[in-house]
Write a protein that binds this ligand. Structure first.
Ligand SMILES: *[C@@H]1O[C@H](CO)[C@@H](O)[C@H](O)[C@H]1NC(C)=O
Ligand SMILES: *[C@@H]1O[C@H](CO)[C@@H](O)[C@H](O)[C@H]1NC(C)=O
Ligand SMILES: *[C@@H]1O[C@H](CO)[C@@H](O)[C@H](O)[C@H]1NC(C)=O
Ligand SMILES: *[C@@H]1O[C@H](CO)[C@@H](O)[C@H](O)[C@H]1NC(C)=O
Ligand SMILES: *[C@@H]1O[C@H](CO)[C@@H](O)[C@H](O)[C@H]1NC(C)=O
Ligand SMILES: *[C@@H]1O[C@H](CO)[C@@H](O)[C@H](O)[C@H]1NC(C)=O
Ligand SMILES: *[C@@H]1O[C@H](CO)[C@@H](O)[C@H](O)[C@H]1NC(C)=O
Ligand SMILES: *[C@@H]1O[C@H](CO)[C@@H](O)[C@H](O)[C@H]1NC(C)=O
Ligand SMILES: *[C@@H]1O[C@H](CO)[C@@H](O)[C@H](O)[C@H]1NC(C)=O
Length: 493
């Protein structure tokens, strides 16, 4: 029995325990549950390698007229928002007319919008919202206050470095919807990449001034799949059309799901090296779960259960961070700063996004969706149809086509930890170009960076959890600015 087969069998036992967790549901919870669900023997998830699927679709049939829609999407002001000097837009883009699928986007221009690139941000799950996390808790210009109705500024927003586009993807996430309810049960990597591509082509019709702009795709967690898959679809269609439909220059993924097997072993390596599990448990997992000769299912499961129990009371997305002990809204907003992330932010964002005045201002939920706005969609991840075991071939494809590829990692995340990412990069068999060194920000080590021949850059962000810009906003802004300008962060002697 090969190692990979073990992996498929590993997690079935722990599903119920995991679901019973008392912590608020987050992007990483969904990912953890998803990992476990897809290992079930009767799983119907297609684990084949990813291929672009729009080959027979004529682009002129999926690109619809967008006249006048940009002006309609202009957001004057969000409820409770401090004054700003940049423009914001929000609205729907139809990605499949016959099924009635539309993706919701929120776009924050840079103050000097004309000179800066266009950057798309995607969150993971699968089934989690780029507005819930990316826009409202990580890199967007605003953070929601503890009253659930007013906002404060994020002084390290990424629209200081780019025009930033957030899209809730696929349909069924957040405000993005489908009029064909069965779509919620047939979503997957494939559909997501195709719909994201059709979204972008239409969005660029709506905002034609960005058509030839340098374009970058960023994302975290399960977007480790979405980002290179969308890049693949773009490269594929640029090639089919024999012209640059989308001017893709680079992709960057953080704490990203990359390669199933290395993601998995790196996880327990991290737990052990950060004193979350004992050496004994770690060695048991190695002996009984990884090794052909000594594989023992009951002992493997029992060691994994010990590891599960040992990490149960932690915020696994940032192992040194406090939990949210009281998510109740406050009558008046607590004094807040983007530099001090509030562990109860999910509750404030949930309250804010479900307000009617907020939805009206955002031009969201215009079709009166039957369910509430949620940060993550259960039906989507529970019915996810296809999930490639690795995106390494796609990262390699982007590199080969001259697309800048960066991988980053917040080094206090225990969900897709830095040890997993290091192993996934090792699995790409690249040769080191500039070896491991620290990079500085504000006179402190911001993290470490290494580059590889062929163009890949790997950077860590010191003291950041799974959602890197939430925990280290200044370091994250420095990192994305370097990525966009194609310069390496530096500092080592
Ligand atoms: C899984 O995906 C592969 C590759 O796209 C495809 O050839 C195959 O038919 C799919 N299998 C099922 C059961 O849908
Ligand atoms: C992706 O979609 C295409 C076209 O619908 C299909 O041929 C292919 O099998 C799908 N791949 C997977 C992995 O589901
Ligand atoms: C629209 O989505 C449906 C699934 O809901 C799919 O069968 C159909 O092929 C899609 N149409 C296009 C043009 O992609
Ligand atoms: C979905 O249905 C509603 C109600 O009929 C309609 O207003 C809306 O335009 C449809 N959405 C799409 C993307 O076709
Ligand atoms: C692609 O475009 C180039 C230049 O625009 C042209 O020389 C070439 O013939 C085109 N190839 C095809 C297959 O259309
Ligand atoms: C893990 O915790 C559960 C719930 O407290 C307990 O029932 C179980 O025995 C523990 N498992 C191990 C291996 O310690
Ligand atoms: C939060 O609000 C609920 C309902 O009003 C209340 O029962 C609970 O005690 C509050 N929690 C804390 C920690 O104050
Ligand atoms: C959409 O609006 C309806 C009320 O018209 C509300 O019940 C529902 O929770 C909202 N859904 C979303 C996803 O915003
Ligand atoms: C890396 O090298 C190993 C050992 O030669 C090989 O099995 C593996 O397929 C290679 N991986 C990639 C992505 O090239």
């Amino acid at each position: 029995m090969g190692k990979i087969t073990f992996f498929f069998l590993l997690f079935t036992l722990f599903l119920s325990h995991f679901v019973a967790s008392s912590l608020a549901k987050r992007q990483g919870d969904v990912l953890g549950n998803f990992y476990k669900a897809k290992q079930k023997k009767n799983s119907v998830i297609n684990k084949s390698y990813f291929t672009a699927a729009l080959e027979n679709v004529e682009l002129d049939k999926v690109i619809l007229p967008q006249d006048g829609l940009k002006e309609k999407d202009w957001i004057k002001k969000l409820p409770g928002q401090p004054p700003v000097k940049f423009q914001q837009y929000g609205g729907y883009v139809t990605v499949n007319e016959s099924a009635g699928r539309a993706l919701y986007y929120y776009f924050t221009e840079a103050e000097n919008s004309k000179s800066l690139p266009l950057l798309l941000w995607l969150n993971g799950g699968p089934g989690c919202s780029s507005i819930a996390y990316g826009a409202m808790e990580e890199l967007g210009p605003f953070r929601v206050n503890s009253d659930g109705k007013t906002l404060h500024m994020n002084d390290y927003a990424w629209n200081l470095a780019a025009n930033v586009l957030f899209v809730e993807s696929p349909a069924g996430v957040g405000f993005s919807y489908t009029n064909t309810s069965s779509d919620l049960k047939t979503s997957g990597d494939n559909r997501t990449a195709n719909d994201n591509l059709v979204f972008l082509l239409n969005w660029l019709e709506r905002f034609p001034e960005y058509k030839n702009r340098d374009f970058y795709i960023s994302g975290e967690s399960y977007a480790g799949h979405y980002v290179p898959q969308l890049a693949h679809a773009i490269l594929h269609h640029n090639n089919l059309a024999n012209k640059t439909l989308i001017n893709l220059k680079g992709i960057i993924i953080g704490n990203a799901v990359i390669n199933e097997w290395t993601d998995f072993i790196g996880n327990y390596e991290y737990f052990a090296s950060h004193a979350l599990i004992s050496d004994e448990t770690y060695l048991d997992i190695h002996k009984y779960c990884y090794t052909d000769d000594t594989y023992n299912k009951p002992k493997c499961y029992s060691a994994l259960e010990v590891a599960d129990n040992n990490t149960y009371n932690l915020d696994i997305y940032n192992i040194y961070f406090p939990l949210c002990h009281d998510g109740n809204l406050t009558k008046y907003p607590r004094i807040s700063s983007a530099l001090k992330f509030d562990p109860c932010s999910d509750h404030y964002v949930h309250a804010y996004m479900n307000r009617r005045d907020v939805q009206n201002a955002l031009h969201a939920n215009v079709t009166k969706i039957q369910y509430d706005w949620e940060a993550c969609s259960d039906p989507l991840f529970k019915n996810w149809k296809d999930n490639a075991p690795t995106v390494i071939p796609l990262l390699k494809e982007s590199l080969a086509k001259g697309v800048r590829v960066w991988v980053f990692s917040g080094d206090t995340d225990g969900r897709v930890p830095v040890t997993s990412t290091k192993r996934s990069i090792q699995a790409m068999n690249l040769t080191v170009d500039k070896s491991w060194r620290s990079w500085l920000y504000g006179g402190e080590v911001g993290g470490y960076v290494e580059t590889y021949k062929g163009g890949l850059t790997f950077a860590t962000v010191r003291g950041a959890g799974h959602e890197v810009p939430s925990y280290q906003p200044a370091r994250a802004l420095s990192l994305i600015s370097h990525f966009l300008s194609g310069t390496l962060p530096s500092g080592d002697h």
